[in-house]
Design a protein around this ligand. Sequence first.
Ligand code: SF4
Length: 71
Amino acid sequence: MPYTIKIDRTLCSGYGDCVGLAPDVFAHDEENISVVVDPEGAEDELILDAARACPVDAITLVDEHGDQVWP
Ligand code: SF4
């Protein structure tokens, strides 16, 4: 079951860690802010790794039960 992925655009600084780890899930938009291109583009574990890698905790993950998984 894919996570619901939210990106806080006010926090994202475009470092690109998430894009580097899960390029089929995250991409940079024209403002160099991360956007979700496919929430099912990688296994949950890799998406969690990508969220954990974000230096400013801009990525929030919510599971299928509505529980926040990260941060
Ligand atoms: S790792 Fe965080 S700060 Fe960097 S692009 Fe992704 S969401 Fe933005």
